[in-house]
Structures are given as structure tokens and as C-alpha cells.
Design a protein around this ligand. Structure first.
Ligand code: SF4
Ligand code: SF4
Length: 224
């Protein structure tokens, strides 16, 4: 069985490979729209020039074609998730991670961040990393090994002494929706693990496309 650390490293490797392919694919689509007398898409072009029209056409393609394709495929992935179900293993209840500290989450919730509000309504922070480590040592070790410093650990007080949800039928939306992203790290005991395995390559490709499009948008606008 693959350990957690190597599965994360494999995921990163896969992502790097998929990212390179997506860069080439998007570049091809950008170049296919290029007028003959233009240089690089990131050059600065005067308003109404062919270069500027090209840049606007590319930005439109990102918004109207590629973003819609990404959204459609992502919706299909989430739709397919409905064919899988939670097995109640309670790993995600016992160890929820966030890049935000409890104070940061409270601040976000005060500013109407819906996810932060839901998260804080369910989870409380572990007193220390060591306490969290007792629950899922392999996961914490993997984070330490990868020098992921800004991770805070939480757990749900509704777990009973048998490590099962004490009110499973009425569990809140955030629990019913988990995992809403196939790129989340899931334990092999999770009922959604086979879903993740199956859709992960497509999800990685969509994620890489979003990153690349953001890069284009930022740099095309910076060059104007
Ligand atoms: S409410 Fe139940 S399902 Fe949700 S995190 Fe807590 S124990 Fe888990
Ligand atoms: S890890 Fe997966 S199977 Fe286990 S409780 Fe969470 S969602 Fe359910």
C-alpha cells in the first residue's frame, strides 16, 4: 500500500506533468488566434492595434469558452460524486485541517465568509500539534516532511466515544458536502476515495488550466 507521503509526492509529480501539457494546449489556442504581424501575447500593444485586438480576443476566449468548459467538467465531476457515499469512518471529523488559525477563521466569519462560519460551527482547534499527531500521525508527519508550516488542526466535539458522529442523520451541510474537491487528501477508508482516484487526472488538468488562465489574464493586463 502506498504511504501518504509518497501518494502526495505522486500527486505533485502528476500535477507538474499535467501542468506542462496544459501550458502547451493553451499556448496553441492562443497562437491560433494570433494575427500575422504580432509578437508575444504579453507584449504591450496600442489600443485598436491588431495586437490589442488579439489580446482582447484571447481574454474573451478564456472567459467565454475555456472557463465554461472548465466549469462544465467540474460540475460533471461533482455530479459523479453522488454515486459514492460516506462510510462514516470519521477520519475527516477527527482531523480537519485549515491554512487559517482559529482567530483568522473568526475574523473571516465576522466578515461574512460562509465557509469559515460553517467550519467554526462544527470544528474546534486541537490544543497542540502533538495532540493532533496522536490521531493521524502519518498525515502530520507528511506535512512536517514537506515543511507545510501554516496548517492548523481541528476536530469535531460531536464524535462519541466510539469515534462515530453522535448525530449523523442531522450532520450539517459542511459534513454532507465533504469532500467537495477530489484534490483533497483523503484516507483510503473514505467512501469517496474511489471517486477521487477516478476523477483526479481530470481535476488536476482543470486546476492547472485555471492557474494558467489566471497567469495569462494578469500578465496580458499588466502589458497594456
Ligand atoms: S457533525 Fe458529525 S459528521 Fe460532522 S464533523 Fe462532527 S462528527 Fe463528523
Ligand atoms: S473520511 Fe470520508 S467516509 Fe470517512 S467520515 Fe469523512 S467523508 Fe465519510
Amino acid at each position: 500500500m502506498e504511504d501518504l507521503s509518497s501518494s502526495v509526492e505522486n500527486l505533485r509529480h502528476k500535477y507538474r506533468e499535467i501542468f506542462k501539457t496544459s501550458v502547451e494546449e493553451i499556448k496553441k489556442r492562443v497562437e491560433a488566434l494570433k494575427p500575422v504581424d504580432c509578437g508575444d501575447i504579453f507584449d504591450s500593444y496600442p489600443e485598436n492595434s491588431n495586437g490589442r485586438i488579439w489580446q482582447k480576443t484571447v481574454l474573451k476566449m478564456f472567459d467565454e469558452d475555456i472557463s465554461k468548459e472548465i466549469y462544465r467538467k467540474w460540475s460533471e465531476i461533482l455530479q459523479y460524486r453522488k454515486e459514492f457515499s460516506c462510510k462514516g469512518c470519521a477520519v475527516c471529523c477527527n482531523l480537519a485541517c485549515s491554512e487559517f488559525s482559529p482567530d483568522e477563521l473568526k475574523e473571516k466569519a465576522k466578515n461574512s465568509d460562509n465557509f469559515a462560519t460553517q467550519f467554526l460551527s462544527v470544528f474546534v482547534p486541537y490544543k497542540s500539534k502533538d495532540e493532533a499527531k496522536k490521531v493521524y500521525p502519518e498525515y502530520i508527519e507528511m506535512l512536517e516532511k514537506n515543511k507545510e508550516e501554516n496548517v492548523y488542526f481541528y476536530h469535531c466535539p460531536k464524535l462519541n466515544e466510539n469515534k462515530r458522529c453522535s448525530d449523523y442523520e442531522n450532520r450539517p451541510k459542511i459534513c454532507r458536502d465533504f469532500p467537495d474537491n477530489p484534490l483533497a487528501i483523503l484516507p483510503e477508508t473514505c467512501g469517496f476515495y474511489p471517486w477521487k482516484q477516478e476523477v483526479e487526472p481530470v481535476a488536476l488538468m482543470l486546476h492547472s488550466m485555471l492557474e494558467i488562465i489566471e497567469y495569462y489574464k494578469e500578465h496580458i493586463n499588466a502589458g497594456t
